[in-house]
Design a protein around this ligand. Structure first.
Ligand code: FAD
Ligand code: 2HG
Ligand code: ZN
Length: 479
């Protein structure tokens, strides 16, 4: 084929010494340098308990200047650094592989400004997503992004991961709603791209590079984001279907009939529902009988009567045509929240059951569930649970397979089978969770080697010593 196998030159990186710690203590507050083994445990371990690092120090800067000083020093000393937000990453990107310094943003959590006319929020990267949501609720605005990890994840982490979540269908990806960023580069340079403008075609749009860069190109310290006004009318329905084909027909009909008021369209199978009901004793199945699939549709608009009229007409049609088996329209704020809690808690419930192998893929909607069924056949009775759910409105499936423990033999049943399956369908091996430490080796299933080489050129230009989140995102070998 004419291409040759090349090895990336691995950078020679140092380990933290006592002198380094003394240096960090010279300009950071005492509480910002954690070295106690007990304190380090939650920072070294990921949410899934699948990836474990061995860092000796967590640095918790309070200002952008602190971050700049830390990185400048680390770059000169060739000390590797893992930026960490809420540590809810599902691909092992937020914890060290070896003994990298953990740079936690959790002490940088101030809201900087809010412009009610433009709906533009500026804040530190370490603000917890849910806290921003609460702040904005008082101003009658919402964040354009929402996800099950909102209580822990940071807006900086969301940006670094280019997280998708439950509102992407309506508000698009962060590539659209992010207006500006403040980023500290590997050598300590502060890149002030904190624009609050919607339109700004002055040269390259540098902020886009950092969205989804997973801590490998710079440390995000500030965010400027467009926040939509809060809708007056919100509705959620929970529907059951007997077949995946019915789920697809419901989606088609919802797009036609609910169009501009539809703000989310999610699906889950009965194994996913079973897991969450078993985990959360306060929640019940909203429909009378358990079926094979369920759909959650949310509408949000400005006129309650108009939205409800549309929704009722849609429900009558899908029920009348036998597309859905049953359905419930939330009648209260509590029921609204409970239906969303069912969907949002799937991940947590599976995590409680065992070791979860997660595949977050984009696929043509018509083929999505075939992957879950093929995996069920392949895994047989070896898994505790195999289930499929996700943002079907965006073509994003979450295939989760739970085993009693993480073991190579389990992984080998699933990988590379899943990735090859997805690649054959021209899908993406990472729809929204990123590449992290889990997937550099399979990046080529969704990206050409030419594209991977350009990525590497960008990485080398911005981080020539390779100190930022090493061993993540880019494969060690490229063709
Ligand atoms: P972390 O996990 O700490 O880090 C994520 C990545 O970004 C790492 O590579 C890290 O090095 C880097 N990083 C973090 N902060 C910075 C920074 N300030 N500067 C530079 N790099 C940084 N993802 C979705 O897309 N959609 C979902 O619906 C969704 N739901 C989830 C539900 C649950 C229960 C959980 C546990 C996770 C979910 N995720 C989802 C995955 C995850 O991407 C998001 O939770 C979130 O975006 C991660 O934010 P965080 O602050 O925890 O970042
Ligand atoms: C969700 O949509 C998250 O609930 C998590 O992206 C998915 O855990 C998963 O696989
Ligand atoms: Zn998701």
């Amino acid at each position: 084929c004419g291409s040759s196998f090349g090895l990336f030159l691995s950078h020679s990186l140092s380990s933290v010494s006592e002198e380094d710690l003394t240096h960090f203590r010279s300009f950071l507050p005492k509480s910002a340098v954690l070295t106690d083994a007990e304190d380090l445990i939650p920072f070294n371990e990921d949410w899934l308990k699948k990836y474990h690092g061995n860092s000796r120090v967590v640095l918790r800067p309070k200002t952008t200047e602190h971050v700049s000083k830390i990185l400048k020093y680390c770059n000169e000393r060739r000390l590797p650094v893992v930026p960490q937000g809420g540590n809810t990453c599902l691909v092992g990107g937020s914890v060290p592989v070896k003994d990298e310094i953990i740079l936690s943003l959790n002490s940088m959590n101030s809201i900087r400004s809010f412009d009610p006319h433009a709906g533009v929020l500026t804040c530190d990267a370490g603000c917890v997503l849910e806290n921003l949501e609460v702040f904005l609720a008082e101003k009658d605005h919402i964040m354009p992004i929402d996800l099950g990890a909102k209580g822990s994840c940071h807006i900086g982490g969301n940006v670094a991961a280019n997280a998708g979540g439950l509102r992407l269908l309506r508000y698009g990806s962060l590539h659209g709603s992010l207006l500006g960023l403040e980023v500290v580069l590997a050598d300590g340079t502060v890149l002030n791209e904190m624009s609050t403008l919607r339109k700004d075609n002055t040269g390259y749009d540098l902020k886009q590079l950092f969205i989804g860069s997973e801590g490998t190109l710079g440390v995000i310290t500030g965010v400027s984001i467009l926040t939509p006004p809060k809708s007056n009318a919100m509705n959620v329905v929970f529907l059951s279907c007997d077949s995946y084909d019915q789920v697809l027909r419901t989606l088609e009909m919802a797009k036609k009939r609910l169009g501009e008021v539809m703000s989310a369209f999610e699906f889950l199978d009965d194994d996913a529902l079973g897991s969450v009901l078993g985990h959360m004793s306060n929640l019940v199945c909203p429909v009378e009988e358990r079926r094979s699939f369920y759909v959650v549709i949310e509408t949000s608009g400005s006129n309650k009567d108009h939205d409800e009229e549309k929704l009722m007409a849609f429900l009558e049609e899908v029920m009348g045509d036998g597309i859905i088996a049953d359905g419930v329209l939330a009648q209260s704020e509590t029921q609204f929240k409970d239906i969303w809690a069912l969907r949002e808690s799937i991940s947590e419930s599976l995590n409680k059951k065992g070791a979860v192998y997660k595949y977050d893929v984009s696929l043509p909607q018509s083929r999505m569930y075939d992957l879950v069924e093929d995996i069920r056949k392949r895994v047989g009775s070896q898994s505790l649970i195999t289930c499929g759910y996700g943002h079907i409105g965006d073509g994003n499936l979450h295939l989760n397979v739970v085993f009693p423990s993480f073991e190579k033999k389990h992984e080998e049943i699933l990988e590379p089978f899943v990735y090859e399956w997805v690649s054959k369908e021209h899908g993406s091996v990472s729809a929204e969770h990123g590449i992290g430490y889990m997937k550099p080796k399979v990046l080529h299933h969704s990206k050409t080697w030419e594209s991977i080489r350009v990525m590497k050129t960008i990485k080398d230009a911005l981080d020539p010593n390779g100190i930022l989140n090493p061993w993540k995102v880019l494969p060690e070998k490229i063709q």
